[in-house]
Design a protein around this ligand. Structure first.
Ligand SMILES: *Cc1c(COP(=O)(O)O)cnc(C)c1O
Length: 401
């Protein structure tokens, strides 16, 4: 198959895309229009929790789409009810609202916190968020994000999102006033380069929220659904948040996200929240297939085994090449390069023959790894040895160890 440049030009040019069309995928492998195969450690940006086109998700979508596609969000449907029940039984939350993207779920979390502030905190509406945080690309979630330059990109911002510094409790305390209703953060900052919050910090946030009658909101769009080795990342910290959002992995590749809240916080009145496609049975059926696969002790154990293997392999690469180590939780990890050649490594890995390797560099001096949660030990081995070869290729003989 030829690359159709005229058709490619019909798409808005919102990012630098390589001239590749991905036509098929299975598990940890993707295939492009020329038939070349790639070992995929991006997986749609941590979206395909079970890899490409997993049979359980494909079957769930096929079977549900033959029954009913969309009765309307104003009626109950069985997959949405079942998935909500599974999520509440597996977490500290009591109520679920389904959405179509992480940003939309976070918008819901912001609205819910503001509504709760109107009911219980005399209209307090400010939500403390964090430098380098990422919560989505709608106006409010961009305002909540702490990415450099985003404050002026589509000015004016939505107001009420003062920024603190991750793992610095004094920076949070300094921002609290009588209008502060919540603290919102990613348990592991993903787009910022896989920076975990510490357990002490998360526990201090919980105490601070309780002391000031504020809500604690965790954005688990990237960290939820087994990614960090527990079903939800907040479970690493021995705390219970008030609100959580999920996205990415929850749908196993299809647009599904969720807003979860404890009963005392789930205070939307009729008409205040909704959406045409929200909780539609095809997406929630896919979500059911994903959670039924992930939420077993055996599967979670295997995530942790693969994570340990990946971590050890990255440490060995770092030692060999004089890099600055690795970090992360579970199968969300990053390798800290000693120089800003992340983009060159990503491109050389993709261009490798006969098989490519798909990697992500969220920053010039950092590689991020977010493989399928069911990646095999052999595939991780292969990815590590290919990465070693790519680094040698990019850095040339001069810098060989
Ligand atoms: C990806 C991401 C989002 C946005 O999700 P979309 O589905 O792209 O809207 C929000 N928060 C975090 C932590 C993310 O990683």
């Amino acid at each position: 198959m030829e690359f159709n440049r005229a058709a490619a030009t019909a798409l808005m040019d919102i990012t630098a895309r390589p001239e590749l069309v991905f036509t098929q995928g299975q598990g940890s492998w993707l295939e492009d229009h020329t038939g070349k195969r790639y070992l995929d450690l991006i997986q749609g940006w941590a979206v395909n929790a079970l890899g490409h086109s997993p049979e359980v998700v494909v079957n769930a979508i096929c079977e549900q789409s033959k029954r009913v596609l969309n009765p309307s969000p104003g009626f109950y449907n069985a997959p949405a009810m079942q998935l909500a029940q599974q999520l509440t039984e597996a977490s500290c939350f009591d109520r679920v609202f389904f959405a179509n993207s992480g940003a939309e779920a976070n918008e819901g979390a912001i609205k819910l916190a503001r509504k709760w502030g109107q009911l219980h905190r005399k209209g307090a509406f400010k939500i403390i968020t964090f430098d380098h945080g990422f919560h989505g690309r709608t106006l409010a979630t961009m305002s909540a994000s702490g990415k450099a330059g985003w404050d002026t990109m589509f000015a004016p911002q939505v107001e009420g999102f003062p920024k603190a510094i991750l793992n610095d409790i004094d920076s949070v305390k300094a921002l609290i006033d009588e209008q502060t209703v919540a603290i919102m953060l990613e348990p592991v900052q993903g787009e910022a380069g896989v920076v975990p919050a510490t357990k002490a910090f998360m526990q201090q946030l919980r105490e601070l929220a309780d002391a000031h009658q504020m809500l604690l909101i965790v954005d688990e769009v990237q960290t939820g659904m087994g990614r960090t080795g527990t079903l939800f990342a907040y479970q690493h910290f021995d705390i219970q948040p008030d609100i959580m959002t999920l996205g990415k992995g929850i749908g196993g590749g299809v647009p599904l996200a969720a807003l979860l809240a404890r009963e005392s916080v789930a205070c939307f009145a009729h008409g205040e929240q909704g959406g045409t496609y929200n909780g539609n049975p095809v997406m929630t059926a896919a979500g059911l297939a994903v959670i039924n696969t992930i939420n077993t002790p055996e599967f979670l154990h295997s995530i942790n085994q693969r994570a340990a293997q990946l971590s050890e392999g990255l440490i060995a690469l770092s030692d060999k090449w004089g890099m600055y180590g690795e970090r992360g939780l579970g199968l969300l990890r990053a390798l800290k390069l000693d120089r800003p050649d992340g983009a060159a490594i990503v491109q050389a890995a993709r261009d490798r023959k006969p098989q490519g390797l798909l990697l992500n560099a969220p920053r010039p001096e950092l590689l991020r790894f977010m493989p399928a949660l069911n990646i095999t030990a052999e595939e991780i081995e292969l990815a590590l040895s290919e990465l070693d070869a790519v680094i040698a290729e990019v850095r040339g003989a001069d810098s060989a160890p």
